[in-house]
Design a protein around this ligand. Structure first.
Ligand SMILES: NC(=O)c1ccc[n+]([C@@H]2O[C@H](COP(=O)([O-])OP(=O)(O)OC[C@H]3O[C@@H](n4cnc5c(N)ncnc54)[C@H](O)[C@@H]3O)[C@@H](O)[C@H]2O)c1
Ligand SMILES: O=C(O)[C@H](O)COP(=O)(O)O
Length: 387
């Protein structure tokens, strides 16, 4: 029996894929698995039984990844599952920044009692005129699941699109339309583009990347879109840019007290992934990842441990070990099994940064003493026996 706890509402169609071996609990401390969206887990003390956190979404800056790795907790996200929802909102954001749709709608609401509104609208409309996206230059920083979709969609709208991503994955490279220009430096995006949209994770290396220096390189009247994370921009620099007119509009999915009321800021309350489709995709993927790990020890889409998949163990018994990525771990682990005369039927070892994962299938039952001996090896963080 596995216990799980949901920190946010997780779409029912995903939870429906949990078998009867999974029961919800009312206290996260009792859980084997946690499902979460944006709830902040940094301050949470994890229970001893917690083995997995599945983030139904992309960004994992709400989860203490290193602490989880050290406590033997595998963290998953759901790459690409909400990318289309975000892409569509980014396109909407570009349109809202180009045409004064919001100003026009507000005018109509303010004049709803005007019996002559049809005629008056024809006089008023010049105040809300805008420009078109076609032919304008768009810079996309970060060409992952979302950035690629935004770049390709913008190209279909007739924009001249530049993409920048020094860590571009092969998977993304296959998807990028060949009409997208390859920007070799981020400065090229800053200096060339009329619209700049940022789709990178919040990391130490990306926090505050849109700062006063970056903005000083941008064209006058640039539109900056941030549907990734608030911390990617230096708020003070963006506010200064809006006040001076250097930035025409800052369109963001992340309201903060500094930005919310500033003229020129178009602020949305984190709605990028709030579509039925995105919520369902994310919930299904997160549940699948959590189940596959708890039931079979397989890791797919982890952000703090390597991917490692040995499928279904069949008649074999499975041992899984989370450990530090240091020399002689395999020697010590197999040494324990040899001491107990156990026969290894299949085995896999993968590493990611400072952490590694070993899966071993054996063709006999695994005595409790083996688990204890494995746990005693220096550098082992968690041992599971999946009988
Ligand atoms: N508004 C929302 O509701 C919403 C929804 C999903 C994701 N997000 C945010 O958007 C981010 C991106 O999502 P995704 O699904 O595209 O993630 P992803 O991991 O598929 O793509 C991120 C891309 O950024 C690139 N990158 C990393 N550092 C970079 C740098 N310094 N310069 C340029 N590129 C860099 C990576 O190589 C990768 O290709 C997430 O981390 C999350 O914070 C927001
Ligand atoms: O990183 C993400 O996936 C998005 O920011 C969506 O967050 P949400 O699941 O809280 O809407």
């Amino acid at each position: 029996m596995y216990k799980y706890y949901c920190f946010n509402a997780i779409a029912e169609c995903g939870l429906a894929n949990l078998s009867e071996d999974f029961v919800p609990v009312s206290d996260a401390k009792d859980a084997d698995g946690i499902l979460v969206r944006s709830a902040a887990l940094h301050e949470l003390e994890f229970g001893k039984n917690l083995k997995v956190i599945a983030r139904a979404g992309a960004g994992v800056n709400n989860i203490p990844l290193d602490r989880c790795a050290e406590e033997g907790i595998v963290v998953f996200n759901t790459p690409g599952a909400n990318a289309n929802g975000v892409k569509e909102l980014v396109i909407a954001g570009m349109l809202l920044a180009s045409r004064d749709i919001l100003g026009g709608i507000n005018w109509v609401q303010e004049n709803e009692e005007d019996g002559n509104i049809a005629k008056d609208a024809e006089k008023a409309k010049k105040a809300f005129a805008g420009c078109e996206l076609e032919g304008k230059k768009l810079g996309v920083i970060g060409l992952g699941a979302i950035g690629v979709l935004v770049a390709n969609a913008a190209q279909h709208l007739g924009m001249d699109v530049y993409g920048y991503d020094p860590y571009l994955s092969v998977e993304s490279a296959w998807k990028i339309s060949r009409g997208i220009h390859h920007a070799r430096t981020v400065d090229e995006i800053y200096s060339e583009c009329d619209y700049i949209t940022i789709h990178v994770p919040a990391l130490d290396s990306t926090k505050g990347m849109i700062d006063a220096d970056a903005i000083s390189l941008m064209k006058d009247g640039v539109v900056v879109l941030n549907f990734a994370r608030d911390v990617l921009v230096n708020s003070e620099a963006v506010v200064d840019g809006l006040v001076s007119g250097k930035i025409k509009h800052y369109v963001t999915d992340f309201p903060t007290p500094e930005i919310a009321g500033v003229k020129g800021a178009i602020v949305i309350p984190h709605l990028g992934a709030s579509t039925a489709e995105a919520e369902e995709n994310c919930a299904k993927m997160a549940v699948k990842e959590m189940r596959n790990y708890l039931e079979y020890g397989n890791i797919k889409n982890s952000v703090n441990y390597p991917n490692c998949d040995m499928g279904y163990p069949g008649d074999n018994k499975r041992i899984t070990l989370l450990h530090h990525n240091i020399p002689n771990m395999i020697g010590q682990i197999t040494g324990v099994l040899a001491k107990d005369n156990m026969n290894i039927a299949d085995m896999s070892n993968k590493s990611k940064g400072s952490y590694a994962y070993t899966m071993i299938d054996v063709d006999s039952d695994i005595p409790e003493s083996v688990k204890k001996d494995l746990e005693a090896i220096d550098g082992i963080l968690r041992v599971r026996i999946l009988n």
